[in-house]
Design a binder for this molecule. Sequence first.
Ligand code: GRF
Length: 193
Amino acid sequence: MVPSIGYNKTRTAVFISGTGSNLKSLIKFSRTAKSPISIDFVISNNSKAKGLDYAKKFKIKKKVLNFKNKNLSEKELLSILKINSIDMICLAGFMKILSGNFIKKFKGKILNIHPSLLPKYKGLNTHERALNNKEKYSGCTVHFVNSRLDSGKIILQKKVKISKKETKTSLAKKILAQEHKLYPKAILKAFNL
Ligand code: GRF
C-alpha cells in the first residue's frame, strides 16, 4: 500500500457486525498524526450492531446493508464506496463473506483481523477450538483479504499465552485487547511505515 502524499489520508471504510471495539480503536488511531488512514465510512450488515454507536459518536457516515441478497447489497456497497471516494476497507468483526468479484475490485486494499494465529483456526469458534486442542498459545492475525476465507497474506500476528484455567470468554477478552493494538500496527506496516 502506498501512503497518500501530503496531508491526505487514505479514505477508509470499516465493516462491522457487532460490538465494534476494533472499530473504536481504529477510529482513535486514524485521528493521530501518524495514521495513514482516515475512517470515513462505517458499514454494518446488522442494524442492531452496537458498533454503529461509534459512527454516531465520532460523526462518521454509516450505512446498514443486510446482505440477504448479496449481489444487490454489494452493488449498493460499491456505489456508496465510490461516491465517498473510499480507497481502503478494514473488516473488523464483519460476519459476511464478500464475493470474489467485490474483493477483486478492491484488490490488495482489504484488511481483516482474525482471532487466531492463522493459518490455524480459520473460520468461526476459534477460541473454543484452540482450547479443545489444548493449544499453549493462541492470538490474533491481521491479513490481506483474498477470495479464500482467512487465507490472504499475513501482515502481523500477536501471540497470546493460554493459561491453565483459561475459558473461551477469558481467552476472547485477552485476545481482543491485543487486537486493538495489532490492527493499527498492521496498518502502519501495510503502508510501509
Ligand atoms: C474480534 O475478535 C475479531 O477478531 C473477530 O470478531 C471480533 C469482533 O470484535 N473477527 P469487535 O466487534 O471489534 O469488538
